[in-house]
Design a protein around this ligand. Structure first.
Ligand code: CP3
Length: 370
């Protein structure tokens, strides 16, 4: 069960998720703990491998805190991976050096689909231990975000057996044997909901569902095979812990065209926050959903390769595209600043310093000016 709650000293991120007034726009970065940080690479070398890092709560705690030691980010994210769930289903995950993830036993035929089952959560105990350990180490500095892949995004890796350029195997299954894919997605949805709820029990103060490959689907297929199962997960989530709401963020990469559908109001069982990639303008997105949910995003991660002055200007442009959180009618929108996808491993860390300073400084000044 969770540790006794230490008072949260910076709740700006949680407040923005719930569309409550904040003194500035909070920010964190997808993949903020990762290979662009030399200290991450040093810890990874000590751990021996990515899974060695992720399965050891002490190492996972150390790398989760590394970006927060450098910059005043407003949230921490559990150091783990979305592929821990299919690994616990027995698919045999490995990360070969210099390559992406690989499964020894992809789920491609009727027999493999029939064998698939919701994993025993005891096999993911290292994740919940990491959540407890990170909460203790954070000691109330900022909230901790837990996460999972969406049922569809997990299925992409489970069926392909690795990353893919065209998702040919899983999309062929979608059209040729939708019954098999529906069974995989149904099991994934049950597993992901139980996994996220166990992270919340262990101390996660917000949760995020990564639908990283929702955007590769045709419109009707997205609704039937991605959105429907993401919704099933969100509806089963615990929404309160330690006397506070636990916000839920749904990020569909390439999902801007489905914003209205993804943004089911939280009161109706939907997410509190919708994550957007850089192809959607935040101001226009806000109008389309009339501030019924908060928005997270959406700086193009490639901007971080430009000189710091350009990074700062582009960050201000993202803040200005969202506009003032407080509307003329008195209602509030919510904006959590982030990149539109994970930070690249080639990012110069000094450029992140310029980004953090620009987001905090410009948003604070804009609030004071109105
Ligand atoms: O954001 C954070 O700091 C928390 C950690 C985190 C990782 N993966 C660590 C990681 C999170 C939130 C993830 C999610 C994840 N993993 C997603 C969804 C987000 C997205 O990017 O769309 C996906 C699709 C994966 C699957 C995955 N894991 C891939 C494709 C790879 C290899 C390619 C790559 O980008 O490196 C991983 C490995 C991985 N997960 C690394 C890290 C830091 C790098 C591995 C290493 O250290 O060698």
């Amino acid at each position: 069960m969770s540790e006794p709650a230490t008072a949260l000293r910076n709740d700006t991120f949680l407040r923005a998720c719930l569309r409550e007034p904040t003194a500035y726009t909070p920010l964190w970065l997808m993949r903020q703990a990762g290979r662009y940080l030399p200290e991450y690479n040093a810890t990874r070398a000590r751990a021996g491998s990515f899974m060695g890092l992720a399965t050891n709560p002490d190492f996972a705690t150390e790398v989760t805190l590394q970006p927060l030691e450098r910059w005043p980010l407003d949230a921490a994210i559990l150091f783990s991976d979305i592929l821990t769930v299919p690994d616990a289903m027995g698919l045999g995950l490995s990360f070969a050096a210099g390559e992406g993830p690989r499964f020894a036993h992809p789920v491609r035929d009727e027999a493999a689909v029939a064998r698939l089952a919701v994993p025993d959560l005891a096999r993911l105990r290292y994740v919940f231990d990491a959540v407890r350990s990170i909460r203790k180490a954070l000691a109330g500095r900022v909230p901790l975000i837990g996460f999972s892949g969406s049922p569809w995004t997990l299925a992409c890796y489970m069926v392909e057996g690795a990353g893919s350029d065209d998702y040919r195997t899983v999309k062929t299954m979608l059209y040729a044997r939708p019954d098999l894919l529906h069974r995989i997605l149904d099991i994934n949805a049950q597993a992901v909901a139980a996994y996220l709820n166990a992270q919340i029990d262990a101390g996660a103060q917000a949760v995020m569902v990564f639908d990283s490959w929702g955007g590769v689907l045709a419109d009707a297929a997205f609704r039937t095979f991605s959105l429907r199962y993401t919704r099933a997960v969100v509806r089963q989530l615990k929404r309160e812990a330690e006397g506070r709401r636990v916000p839920c963020i749904v990020f569909t990469k390439g999902g801007g065209g489905w914003l209205e559908e993804i943004a089911e109001p939280a009161e109706g069982g939907g997410a509190d926050v919708i994550g957007l990639d850089w192809t959607t303008d935040l101001g226009r997105a806000r109008k389309r959903i009339d501030d019924r949910v908060a928005l997270q995003g959406n700086l193009d991660p490639t901007v971080l390769f430009a000189p710091p002055a350009v990074v700062a200007a582009e960050a201000r442009a993202v803040l200005d595209s969202f506009g003032a959180a407080k509307r003329p009618d008195g209602r509030h929108g919510g904006h959590v600043f982030n990149l539109g996808h994970g930070i690249s491993q080639f990012t110069p860390p000094e450029h992140v310093a310029a980004l953090v300073e620009a987001v905090h400084g410009h948003s604070r000044r804009s609030r004071n000016a109105t």
